[in-house]
Design a protein around this ligand. Structure first.
Ligand SMILES: *Cc1c(COP(=O)(O)O)cnc(C)c1O
Length: 394
């Protein structure tokens, strides 16, 4: 066992995330800049084609963020003011926020204690005559129980939009996330599995949804409006709907094409790190490592360790502070939305409303997991965690 002094002397500083950008990305963006066409154009469409092919989806529509993707997906299904949408409470605010953009009401659902994903049992209890859709989130990259979710949705005629911000690539019963539900939203935010700085993607099998989201991402103007300012473009265009300014850019797409080619290698790297963590930590009684399920594969966007708090003399906050003292930056995903002031004020949620998520929240620590982590860094993190447990175990 390493003492705290020796750990500190090792002098490692491990951020929660370090981006996996290289010279190839620099070159790709430079060449877009030199081409003179910076915003949405040929490079974006190339990225969309390659992304659709990677997922096996019929359509991929690139947009400015996953939040925008969720908004456009809710627009595509025609969500109306007052409609309710089931959203797990342990997600980023974007999932629920997008519902409010449409005048809808996000109805927060508790989670399954084992997987930390939306509880289908609780979802069923939260159904009302106004429920129109569900947005399951594949938390940490581990796919939700999609067959059960689709069975529930079918029985009540609900739409299913997947929030796949964490799940590139994730596999559910042999199928890639992104080709299973009507609409799926991905994120290319800086810390997400594929990084274009900012960005998002909608995948769908539905031609009408693809057409609608393509139109609405660029002001609701007719199809080829993106080239209205180019030589071969037509100056005349028609505004068919008041849409949004949610388009992608070719600079982002240049990053996306390079990152997509590395997507499997980055996934492999994260999977190996997760394996090392689990190997090193699973025998410690004060810790609970993430579940794996035989019929699905996580992208390992997050590695969420849970503390058996009764066996430790420190709480989760102090545990994270101890890691920070050793140079390891950990994080927490997520503060349940029903504990956030905005959702409490708007919808009357209060502490205790969704007890499973709350109990798990106080136990969760997200360890650093990113493709450029060296073996030495991974081992350093595990020795810090075991050191802290040994110091503070009851
Ligand atoms: C990051 C994240 C989003 C939002 O992604 P953006 O691309 O930043 O809009 C949505 N849902 C979840 C679960 C996320 O983690």
């Amino acid at each position: 066992m390493l003492t705290k002094d020796r750990l500190t002397k090792a002098g490692l500083n491990i951020p929660f995330h370090r981006s996996a950008m290289g010279e190839e990305e620099v070159q790709a963006v430079s060449s877009v800049i030199r081409s003179g066409w910076l915003t949405m154009g040929a490079k974006t469409f190339q990225f969309e084609r390659e992304f659709a092919q990677y997922i096996g989806a019929s359509h991929a529509v690139a947009v400015s963020s996953c939040t925008a993707a969720l908004h456009l997906a809710l627009d595509a299904i025609g969500l109306r003011p007052g409609d309710e949408v089931l959203v797990p409470t342990n997600t980023f605010t974007a999932t629920a926020e997008a519902v409010t953009y449409m005048g809808g009401r996000p109805v927060l659902v508790d989670i399954d204690e084992r997987t930390l994903n939306i509880s289908v049992v609780d979802a069923e209890e939260k159904l009302t005559s106004r429920t129109r859709a569900m947005i399951p989130v594949h938390f940490s990259g581990l796919p939700c129980d999609l067959d059960e979710i689709h069975a529930l949705a079918k029985s009540r005629d609900l739409h299913v939009i997947e929030d796949a911000a964490h799940s590139l690539p994730s596999l559910y019963r042999g199928r890639r996330i992104g080709k299973i539900s009507e609409l799926t939203a991905f994120s290319f935010y800086a810390t997400k599995p594929l990084n274009t700085g900012e960005g998002g993607m909608i995948t769908t099998e539905n031609d009408t949804y693809a057409h609608r989201t393509r139109q609405m991402r660029l002001h609701g103007i007719s199809h080829d409006a993106w080239k209205r300012n180019s030589a071969e473009g037509e100056w005349r265009y028609e505004v068919l709907e008041p849409g949004y300014k949610y388009n992608f850019t070719d600079m982002q797409a240049a990053l996306g094409v390079v990152q997509l080619a590395k997507c499997d290698a980055m996934f492999e790297a994260r999977r190996r790190i997760a394996e090392c963590y689990t190997q090193a930590l699973q025998s410690m009684e004060a810790l609970e490592v993430p579940v794996t399920q035989a019929d699905r594969e996580s992208s390992w966007h997050l590695y969420v360790l849970r503390l058996q708090t009764k066996q430790l003399r420190i709480d989760r906050r102090q545990f994270i502070a101890e890691l920070a003292e050793r140079g390891v930056q950990a994080s927490v995903h997520f503060t349940p939305l029903h504990l956030q002031p905005a959702y409490q004020r708007l919808y009357g949620y209060k502490q205790g409303d969704l007890p499973v998520a709350e109990r798990q929240y106080y136990r969760c620590i997200s360890l650093p997991i990113f493709p450029t982590m060296s073996e030495r860094e991974v081992q350093y993190v595990t020795s810090c965690v075991t050191d802290i447990v040994d110091l503070f175990v009851r």
